[in-house]
Design a protein around this ligand. Structure first.
Ligand SMILES: Nc1ncnc2c1ncn2[C@@H]1O[C@H](COP(=O)(O)OP(=O)(O)OP(=O)(O)O)[C@@H](O)[C@H]1O
Ligand SMILES: [Mg+2]
Length: 593
């Protein structure tokens, strides 16, 4: 049922998409649209006029009037030249709209991507977003700028002018040839409708192999180390096969519709010649008139071909445009809220009876309660999947569908302006993303306006200066995708340098040293100590040894806080903490695999 619906998008929906597309780029469309319409009308009119002149010249040649023949030849050459110039100008106008609309859509898409909440990306593969940005916009700008423009400018003019000449030449012959055309147009329409569905499928498969490509580029070391390149390659090949199959399905439909279209265009010519010749014998039409008629019949029939072919393209492209609009329609993060500066509270962060789940079915937090005090180091512990990272993300304002109260610096999360809230928080996570830029620029992300000297100062404090200087081009060394050329510990120190530059009063650390060997951990630990100085630190750590000195430890389990206190207090009485601790002692001594 649904499939049938997808295969036959309503005319209303297709038109809505056209208006939305042109509306989105209206500042370029008005200028272009007005010119392109006049240009198209001129082009259509001149095409019919040329066909008419050529037909007339045959008649004049038969009559032997040399001076009239020369006159018509000059007019015809002039008309051809004008048509060429108009065609060139149409092309230029289309390029003008193409380029500007593409640029605008890309910038809009990027702005939209920036405005979306993290939850949007957590539910979508980045390959899909890239596919929308890269190939879809390119194809749409060409289609709406070039291909479809003929239908609303050139086609109506060509239709009206050619029909007028045909009727003027012979009404009866026009009616005989004309009635066959709509029949073909209806058949064509039926054949081309499923192209929309095939196009949608093709896009989905394209997005899928884009996702595989992205996965491979980002996870190349994992694929290699787990010897998964082959199986990944097979999955990618399958996605390519699916894409090729959907493309073939579309191509088959297209070839069928093109074949029929050519047949449909030739049939009226055959009828015109056959019936027209009888009319010549019967004296209903002269031979030169019949020549004009068959000449002008071609642009007339072409208008139906344009509309019919254009319609199937329109269905295909409106599917693509809708795909892009789903990104534009996604709900952005809120931008309201206050920029609080009166931060004289001792409770820096507080969870009061907080419940939260990523979806309605599974609750990650039931009713969590805890307080993080100013200038103190508070640690969060719990088994894997207990919701520690979730709490950090909630504190940075990434989710608003929680119950209870989340308070930061004395203000409920919903009262905060999110940008201002995040300016007060610097986070260092396990997974450090390094941009495809120089080391200097990568650190500068912490404070985009800072000088090179400030960057170096931060790098020194983060114990990163020495290893950076040893890189091929020092601070100017370009880091590969995901900073592939740096070690885990070095990346962590870059992240600490970024956080130092940001100079926020709150530091969120998510297992910053758990993936490192002892030597790297030593360096990162020293860097983190610098970062912690004079700030409120809320740290998640798996290795309890690293947080034994914390002022307070929060034990999270089953969506609730099972206890808070110092290490010595918890180890004396908190069963969950004791079991976590014992498990870790066993792990480090090799007791648990
Ligand atoms: N984006 C998401 N969408 C849906 N579920 C999620 C999402 N992120 C995490 N979860 C789920 O929420 C639960 C808590 O995840 P979270 O990452 O907060 O755990 P954690 O305590 O940080 O674990 P770990 O110690 O392994 O890092 C897990 O069951 C996880 O599968
Ligand atoms: Mg985590």
């Amino acid at each position: 049922m649904t499939e049938k619906k997808e295969a036959r998008p309503s005319i209303k929906k297709v038109f809505k998409t056209i208006f939305r597309f042109y509306g989105t780029t209206k500042e370029y469309f008005y200028k272009y649209g007005i010119y392109r319409w006049f240009g198209g009308v001129a082009s259509g009119g001149l095409q019919v006029f040329n066909a008419y002149l050529a037909g007339r010249m045959v008649g004049i040649a038969i009559s032997g009037d040399m001076s009239a023949l020369v006159r018509y030849a000059v007019i015809l050459i002039g008309a051809v030249i004008v048509r060429t110039i108009v065609g060139l100008m149409n092309e230029y106008a289309s390029s003008y709209y193409n380029i500007h609309s593409g640029k605008k859509l890309r910038v809009m898409a990027m702005e939209k991507i920036n405005s979306l909440p993290i939850a949007y990306y957590e539910n979508q593969h980045s390959g899909e977003t890239i596919s929308k940005l890269a190939s879809d916009i390119e194809k749409l700008q060409v289609f709406y700028g070039n291909s479809i423009a003929g239908i609303w400018s050139w086609v109506p003019a060509s239709f009206v002018f050619s029909l007028a000449i045909l009727l003027n030449t012979n009404v009866q012959l026009t009616l005989i040839c004309g009635t066959i055309i709509p029949v073909f147009a209806i058949i064509m329409n039926k054949i081309s409708l499923p192209i929309g569905k095939a196009s949608k499928e093709r896009q989905e498969h394209a997005a899928s192999f884009n996702s595989y490509l992205r996965d491979f580029a980002e996870g190349v070391h994992i694929y290699k180390s787990f010897s998964m390149s082959k199986s990944h390659g097979q999955k990618f090949e399958k996605a390519c096969d699916d894409y090729a199959e959907a493309s073939f399905r579309m191509a088959r439909r297209r070839s069928l519709s093109i074949g029929l279209m050519i047949f449909g265009m030739v049939i009226p010519q055959v009828i015109a010649l056959g019936v027209g010749s009888i009319f010549v014998i019967e004296g209903k039409i002269t031979f030169p008139e019949l020549f004009v008629f068959t000449n002008v019949l071609w642009p007339f029939v072409s208008t139906f071909r344009m509309v019919s072919g254009g319609w199937s393209d329109l269905i295909e492209e409106s599917g693509r445009a809708e795909h892009l609009f789903t990104l534009f329609d996604a709900k952005p993060e809120r931008t309201n809220g206050k920029d609080f500066t009166d931060i004289e509270t001792n409770t820096v962060m507080e969870f009061r009876n907080v419940g939260f789940g990523y979806n309605d079915n599974v609750k990650v937090l039931e009713s969590a309660n805890f307080v993080v005090e100013k200038g103190k180091k508070t640690a969060l512990v719990g088994v894997s999947g207990s919701g520690k990272t979730t709490i950090h993300k909630m504190l940075a304002g990434h989710y608003d569908n929680y119950s209870g109260c989340v308070n930061v610096m004395g203000h409920e999360l919903s009262e905060w302006n999110l940008e201002s809230l995040r300016n007060n928080i610097a986070a260092v996570n396990q997974d450090i993303y390094l941009f495809n830029e120089s080391v200097m620029e990568n650190i500068r992300y912490g404070k985009p306006t800072c000088s090179d000297e400030e960057v170096m100062e931060a790098a020194k404090k983060a114990y990163a200066h020495d290893f950076i200087n040893e890189l091929e081009n020092g601070y100017d060394t370009k880091l590969g995708e995901r900073g592939i050329s740096l070690s885990g510990g070095q990346r962590q120190r870059i992240a600490v340098a970024r956080a130092l530059l940001k100079d926020s009063p709150i530091i969120l650390l998510d297992e910053p040293t758990s993936a490192l060997d002892t030597r790297s951990e030593y360096h990162v630990q020293k860097a983190i100590e610098k970062l912690e100085e004079g700030r409120t630190v809320f740290i998640i750590a798996h290795r309890l040894s690293t947080i034994e000195n914390a002022d307070k430890i929060i034990v999270l389990d089953g969506g609730n806080v099972l206890g808070t206190g110092s290490h010595s207090e918890l180890i004396a009485e908190n069963d969950k903490y004791i079991s976590l601790y014992k498990r870790q002692v066993l792990e480090s001594s090799g007791g648990i695999a």
